[in-house]
Design a protein around this ligand. Structure first.
Ligand code: FES
Length: 159
């Protein structure tokens, strides 16, 4: 499945540069939900950290029935995997690929995030199709200072 930025067209989708907050607010092996807007049109995404402390961000919409994965806030990770609580599909943390359950072989929509050298996460730039393979980690200089930001993009597997 090719990566796309379709999530950016959803109501209340956060713009590039939207601050998500400090990464250390998310425990290793846990996740945090971020909501933008109110009610049924609210945009929901989550950031999950793997055992190596890396953050990965996804749209909170299961590819099975286009429902939110969680029932309670921040409830996304079970036994080292992302789990949809609607029908219990299981996804890999590092690329959002469904490895078991009702939507096996499909993937969550990845949301690129930037991580500043101070550990603050922001919504990243649109993804280049040329980079849509597994995980891309690049370093680039900040536009506003001489600090270095890591751009972390997570992309579903290409078929
Ligand atoms: S909606 Fe997620 S497994 Fe069915």
């Amino acid at each position: 499945m090719a990566h796309n930025d379709a999530w950016r067209l959803r109501p209340n989708a956060p713009a590039v540069g939207t601050v998500l907050g400090p990464i250390d607010k998310i425990a290793i092996g846990a996740a945090k939900e971020y909501r933008f807007g109110l009610g049924r049109s609210a945009f929901s995404m989550f950031v999950v950290r793997d055992a190596a402390e890396r953050p990965f961000a996804y749209l909170n919409l299961c590819p099975h029935f286009s429902l939110p994965l969680n029932h309670c806030r921040d409830q996304f990770v079970d036994n080292g995997h992302i789990r949809c609580l609607q029908h219990f599909a299981i996804f890999r943390v590092e690329d959002g690929h469904c490895i078991a359950g009702a939507c096996e072989g499909r993937s969550l929509d990845a949301i690129p995030i930037d991580l500043s050298d101070l550990g603050v996460m922001t919504v990243g730039q649109p993804v280049s199709p040329a980079l849509s393979q597994s995980i891309a980690i690049t370093e680039k200089p900040s536009m506003q200072s001489d600090t270095v930001h890591r751009t972390i993009g997570v992309f579903p597997e290409m078929t």
